[in-house]
Design a protein. Sequence first.
Length: 117
Amino acid sequence: MQLHEISFAEARPIDGYGAGFFRVGGTVLQGPVLVLPTGARTWGGLSDTKPLLALAGQVDVIFVGTGADTAHLPPAFRETLDSAGLGVEAMATPPACRTFNVLLSEGRRIAAALLPV
């Protein structure tokens, strides 16, 4: 089996996460975060759609990490993002982090809105 090293170029991958925190590009952030290829910032959680709506036209999909387990997104949250033309994929936070990193290495137009585990 041949292994290939992943290169993120100038992008900032999700380096790690734990109880209540995320490490993105070497920077530790507490609580929910919004992660873009250029870095991360704190996020207000599922009631805070404004920074996600600002990504319309810039990203094709937002991975929403729902914590330790997969959960349904509130209908109003999903409808708001859908109406702005943003693709939304809900999954538990650990696979959302992994999926973000894989697609980031491919240069995709993505973001991740993550609730801590």
